[in-house]
Design a protein around this ligand. Structure first.
Ligand code: SF4
Length: 322
């Protein structure tokens, strides 16, 4: 359903050649799939979500590559067509989405604004749809009569998720949607989201720095480092069979609450400066398994039996014919 091909995003800068926040990313998301995108802060995951949704200002960013949704290249669509497609095919929930509600309008009027703009529903149909969605996110339908300030943070974020589903989109991009909430509310919202995704059959790109949370709900996990997806694997395999040294290091920072013994290790060093031209593997200065080739040659994406990995350790060996 979604295919991203060789996507680059460079933030323009007066003082440098720019910040290459997303660097040649490619992946696809089939129908009815929950995909998690994880990585440290500043690795480019939010930028990637915004680039897919066409939310980056072209005056400040240079975006190259293809973003195909149901065979349509979103990057080539005129802004009017892209506007029509948002909410109906693709919707976005941001970390601060709950604060984006207009404080002087009741929740129902904010839902109705979207429905009026993008559909021909009657008022009765709209009210019925709002009630249905609020129930689906475990809110009482009477919430539609509330003003945003009458709801808790968790309730507002549930309402924001319900709003993102109002026109039955095929893909919902959620960027750290629960980060501002406490751990118990986070978990209940993410579990609700995963149930809803399976029930309604849309696809999710769930951007988060919380590997533990992603491992619990996603079917597939993509790990991002320095603007690239370095590993893409079924979530069920990642814990035991991570292949990329960065994924392995990231898992070393995660305390599995179900494990009998937990030992944690950090990742030495820090991510590279994305203003610089990167040579070789960007993870090399922090990698415990680096080889000579890693400092000079950029690794290529290697297909594995399940998923893919961007690392010289798995590159097929060249055969020299004499
Ligand atoms: Fe480590 Fe080399 Fe693989 Fe990079 S390419 S992750 S430096 S082994």
């Amino acid at each position: 359903m979604l295919q991203v091909k060789d996507l680059w995003v460079t933030y323009k800068s007066r003082r440098s050649a720019g910040v290459a926040a997303v660097r040649g990313v490619q992946f696809d998301i089939p129908d009815n799939t929950f995909v998690g995108l994880v990585g440290e802060s500043g690795c480019g995951k939010s930028t990637l979500g915004f680039a897919i949704a066409g939310l980056l200002d072209p005056k400040r960013n240079n975006v190259q590559g293809e973003v195909m949704l149901d065979g349509q290249d979103l990057r080539k669509l005129p802004s009017e067509q892209m506007r029509a497609l948002r909410w109906s095919k693709l919707s976005v929930v941001l970390q601060g989405g709950m604060n984006a509600f207009n404080p002087v309008l009741k929740i129902k009027h904010q839902f109705m604004d979207v429905m009026r703009e993008h559909s021909n529903m009657s008022k009765a149909e709209m009210t019925e749809r709002i009630a249905e969605l609020l129930s689906a996110v475990d809110l009482d339908p009477s919430v539609m009569e509330s003003y945003p300030h009458e709801l808790s943070g968790g309730m507002k974020q549930r309402a924001a998720i319900a709003l993102s589903l109002v026109l039955k989109p095929r893909l919902v991009i959620l960027d750290e949607p629960t980060t501002a909430l406490d751990a118990v509310v986070q978990r209940s919202i993410v579990t609700m989201l995963s149930d809803l995704q399976r029930e309604l059959g849309f696809s999710v790109l769930f951007v988060s720095h919380d590997l533990g949370l992603v491992l619990e709900v996603a079917q597939r996990v993509m790990v991002m480092y320095a603007g690239q997806i370095v590993e893409d694997k079924p979530a069920s395999m990642l814990m035991e069979q991570a292949e990329h040294p960065y994924t392995q290091a990231l898992l070393g920072c995660y305390a599995n609450p179900r494990a009998e013994h937990v030992s944690l290790s950090g990742i030495p060093g820090s991510p590279p400066d994305l203003r610089a031209v990167l040579r070789g593997c960007p993870f090399a200065p922090r990698c415990a398994k680096k080889m000579d080739i890693c400092a000079v040659e950029t690794p290529r994406l290697v297909k594995r039996e399940e998923g893919s990995v961007l690392c010289h350790l798995y590159a097929p060996k060249e055969v020299t014919v004499r």
